[in-house]
Ligand binder design. Structure first.
Ligand SMILES: [Zn+2]
Length: 237
């Protein structure tokens, strides 16, 4: 069963309501959701689903389901489980998600400062990283930090753009991340555009204006193998 993914059009939706369409030990499926399921290196959302009687179901993770656009809201093991058909209020852990959005968008900016193929990445609420296929001698923490922060300070609005699978096939240079192929199968692919800085396929959640990132600092750079030079960042403030 598929779920309407409200975060795709509005990453700033912090609350809402939805109807339960299925429940099993792996999670709760809703007809629509503001919870982002883990994917593209970004961790799944947490928060709560609230029943009409006020009972709260703590959501400790969100994962993709078995079919396209299906989402499993993973409840705390001791939480009460709702019934199909029930209407629930959705409450996101917004400070955590907003940190993920700021760090995620920061990685887009940093990927244009370090010009090399991306071999991996991860976004957690407190830190994020990209792995590059690049020579260690070309990675300078101070320079990456300065140049990324200079781009962030330009305060550019981000845009979501959709193209067809065929258009993406015709422009393979758009895919920087070798380890994560853009989600396909729906006939169209979502791109994030930061005009003048970055354009690449991405299904994640981003801030509206890169100024919201504030500034980043490089926590460390280390080698995780010949094709994995890892640059780890955090929000500076
Ligand atoms: Zn993204």
């Amino acid at each position: 069963m598929s779920t309407e993914l409200l975060f795709r059009d509005d990453a700033y939706a912090k609350s809402g309501s939805a109807r339960v369409i299925a429940v099993d030990e792996r999670g709760i499926e809703l007809d629509r959701t503001i919870f982002y399921p883990m994917g593209g290196g970004q961790q799944g959302d947490t928060g709560a689903l609230v029943r009409a009687n006020g009972e709260r179901i703590a959501i400790v993770d969100t994962r993709k389901g078995d079919t396209m656009d299906s989402v499993r809201h993973v409840a705390e093991p001791s939480a009460p489980l709702p019934k199909p058909g029930e209407t629930l209020a959705l409450e996101l852990d917004w400070p955590r998600r907003y940190a993920l959005m700021r760090l995620h968008t920061a990685l887009h900016v940093m990927s244009c400062v370090v010009v090399a193929p991306v071999t991996g990445g991860n976004i957690a609420p407190d830190k994020a990283r990209l792995d590059f296929d690049i020579d260690m001698s070309l990675l300078d923490a101070g320079k990456i930090e300065r140049e990324t922060n200079a781009l962030i300070a330009r305060g550019i609005e981000t845009e979501t753009v959709w193209i067809t699978d065929q258009e993406l096939d015709a422009r393979p240079e758009l895919v920087k991340t070798m380890s994560v192929q853009p989600p396909r199968g729906g006939g169209r692919v979502r791109l994030l555009r930061i005009p003048g800085i970055d354009l690449q396929p991405c299904g994640g959640t981003h801030v509206r204006n890169i100024a919201e990132i504030g500034a980043i600092r490089v926590l460390k750079i280390r080698s995780e193998g010949r094709r994995n030079r890892r640059v780890e960042i955090a929000l500076a403030g």
